[in-house]
Each structure stands twice: as structure tokens, then as C-alpha cells.
Design a protein around this ligand. Structure first.
Ligand code: AQP
Length: 328
């Protein structure tokens, strides 16, 4: 069975983008792959986080994984920081990477742009991500477009370590999901919907109340004109809303177009809000049950134990090959 590794940062409230672009695919992948899904809290702190918010958001991400349908008996669900081997291999990966290749990472360039003091963690983020993947010898990594460059670096680092130290790290492949929709920001379709966007009106949070969802969607930016037609180049804003509709209503884009032929944006946006509310209702109900049940800590303990079993062995082998004195 091929191995899959992926994670989501608890750097804000999870959005519809995270759900459609990542979590729904995780749920499918667990049917056919050995999966490790983690809350990447060590990555989240590459940007400043409020401690209370970090704790709450980390638990919320884990509970949302389960609410979305990830089965802890099929996949290992855990907090990245509960598996300290990640940070240790992350350091090793930092030592085999070069400043030049890290400087070329577009996410680093974007997130550091205009900052006077750039956190060093932001710079070495890709080396920790490489460690996350290589420590499980993952075959496949589900990635959005924005993470492809980091995965390419991970592959380079794996090959470099294998060559230099005669290790046999698995060189991972990107997994491009069939329904790889990229959901864009509600206030600007040229940017992706992002949980750390300071404007909450730019995203639908998975835990938004129905009325909040209705309000955000009624205020979502639309293109000029009134025709509900899917055309990401000419009509990026309405096309983004249509993509959300198609996902939430489980419809083909052509069906959505047909359903709103001759109707304006207003009627479409009103119905869209109801489709989103309906799609999120069961998820939100399961989420509340999970949080109230108190079962989360035990699930995370089990997931971390499963993950550590694999991670500690990979780390031991790498350190041995590199010449570390291993504890006897
Ligand atoms: N808008 C999106 N559309 C589709 N997929 C998305 N993902 C994120 N935003 C969208 C996917 O969700 C996963 C989570 O990635 P992450 O938490 O590590 O960080 P990210 O990709 O940077 O996501 P955000 O929400 O934009 O977080 P912040 O704001 O903290 O940077 C990934 O699989 C991603 O592809």
C-alpha cells in the first residue's frame, strides 16, 4: 500500500478552500493508501501566533479532520509537535539545504515581502516540510499548485541525502487530485482563499454560522455584467462562486450554468449560500459532537504513536548513515 502524508496548518480557522482542496481528498485517499494526516503546528509558528488561539485552532483542525470523515482507524491523525522526530530531521534537512535554493521559494518571497524583520523559520519552512514527508518515506503528497515548488525541493533534498550518505529515502511524487479546484478569495479572485487573510469576509470558515455564510456570500465580489457563466479568464469572480456551488451541490459546472440561465447574480448568490450552508451543516454537527465527546486526546495519542513508530526508525537509519553515535 502506498503511503500518503499531508498536513494543514492551524494558522487560522479552516476554510472552504482547505476543505475542497485538501480534506475531501484526504477522505478519499484513506480508502486506498496508508495515510498520515497531521496538524502542522510547528509550521504554523513560522508566523507569529497567539498561544490561546494556536491551541484552540490546533484542536479544531484535528476535530475537523475527523468531522470531514477521516477515520482514525484507517489513517493516523496527529499533531506534528507530538512527533518530535519531525523537528530533529528538519534540522538535519536544513544543514543539507542551500541558502540559494531556499531564497528561490515563491512562498517565502510572498510571505516575507515588505517585512522589515523576516522570521528565520519562514525561510527554513521548506526544510521542515521536507522532513515531514521524508520521515514517513511517503510515496505521494497531495499538493496544491502553491506547494509544488516545496515538493520539488523535497525531492532534491531526498536525492542529495541519498547520494551523500547512501540512505534510501523515498523520493516522493506529487499527488494532483482529480477535483483539484483552487478556491479563490471572496473579495479578490486573483488570490486564493486563505485562512490567515486578515479580512474574514474573504473566506468561508468551515465553522461559520449559517447567517454569517449568507452575509459573506451576499457581499462576495462579482464581475460586471449579470450572466452566470463559467469563464475563469473573463469572469473570475463569478466563476469562483460557481466552482464553490458545483462542489457543494455536487453538480457539474454545465448543470450549474443551465440552472441559472437567464437569471442574475442575485438569485444565484442567494441559492449558493443555501448550498454552502447545507453542505457544511452535517460537518458542523459532527464537529460539535467530537469536541463534546472528549475523544480527541486519545485519538491524537494513538495517531502520534503510530507515526512515531515509523518516524523514529527512519530518523535512526539516517543518523546512523550520517555518522551520529546512536544511543546503545
Ligand atoms: N483556497 C484554496 N483552495 C484549494 N485548496 C486550498 N488549500 C489551502 N487553500 C486552498 C489546501 O489546503 C491545505 C492546507 O494548507 P496549509 O494549511 O498548510 O496552508 P496553505 O496552503 O497556505 O493554506 P491557507 O489556508 O492559505 O493557510 P495560510 O493562510 O495559513 O497560509 C493544502 O493542501 C492546500 O493546498
Amino acid at each position: 500500500m502506498k503511503r500518503v502524508l499531508s498536513g494543514i496548518q492551524p494558522s487560522g480557522q479552516l476554510t472552504l478552500g482547505n476543505y475542497i482542496g485538501a480534506m475531501q481528498n484526504f477522505v478519499k485517499l484513506q480508502e486506498t493508501h496508508q495515510c498520515f494526516f497531521m496538524v502542522v503546528d510547528l509550521h504554523a509558528i513560522t508566523m507569529p501566533q497567539d498561544p490561546a488561539a494556536l491551541r484552540e485552532q490546533s484542536e479544531a483542525v484535528a476535530a475537523l479532520f475527523l468531522a470531514a470523515g477521516i477515520d482514525p482507524n484507517r489513517a493516523s491523525v496527529f499533531m506534528q509537535s507530538h512527533v518530535p522526530e519531525h523537528a530533529e530531521l528538519g534540522w538535519i534537512m536544513t544543514t543539507v539545504s542551500y541558502m540559494g535554493e531556499l531564497e528561490r521559494m515563491t512562498q517565502y518571497k510572498d510571505k516575507s515581502a515588505g517585512k522589515e524583520s523576516i522570521p528565520a523559520g519562514l525561510f527554513v519552512y521548506p526544510t521542515l516540510m521536507a522532513a515531514d514527508i521524508l520521515i514517513y518515506n511517503a510515496d505521494l503528497v497531495p499538493v496544491g499548485d502553491d506547494q509544488k515548488q516545496h515538493l520539488e525541493l523535497t525531492r532534491d533534498l531526498a536525492q542529495r541525502v541519498n547520494q551523500r550518505y547512501a540512505t534510501s529515502l523515498q523520493v516522493p511524487e506529487p499527488y494532483i487530485p482529480q477535483t483539484g479546484a483552487r478556491i479563490m478569495s471572496l473579495d479578490d479572485a486573483s488570490k486564493k482563499m486563505s485562512k490567515s487573510n486578515p479580512n474574514p469576509g474573504s473566506y468561508i470558515a468551515l465553522l461559520d454560522e449559517p447567517d454569517v455564510i449568507r452575509k459573506k456570500l451576499s457581499r462576495a465580489t462579482t464581475d460586471s455584467g449579470r450572466e452566470v457563466r463559467f469563464d475563469p479568464v473573463e469572469k473570475p469572480e463569478i466563476s469562483n462562486l460557481m466552482a464553490i456551488y458545483a462542489h457543494c451541490a455536487n453538480m457539474q459546472m454545465s448543470e450549474v450554468e443551465r440552472a441559472y440561465e437567464g437569471q442574475g447574480y442575485g438569485a444565484f448568490k442567494k441559492d449558493l449560500a443555501e448550498r454552502v450552508v447545507e453542505a457544511l451543516e452535517p460537518l458542523q454537527a459532527r464537529y460539535r459532537e467530537i469536541r463534546q465527546s472528549g475523544e480527541l486526546p486519545a485519538i491524537l495519542r494513538k495517531g502520534a504513536a503510530e507515526a512515531r513508530e515509523v518516524a523514529s526508525e527512519t530518523l535512526r537509519q539516517i543518523k546512523d548513515k550520517m555518522g551520529f553515535v546512536l544511543p546503545q
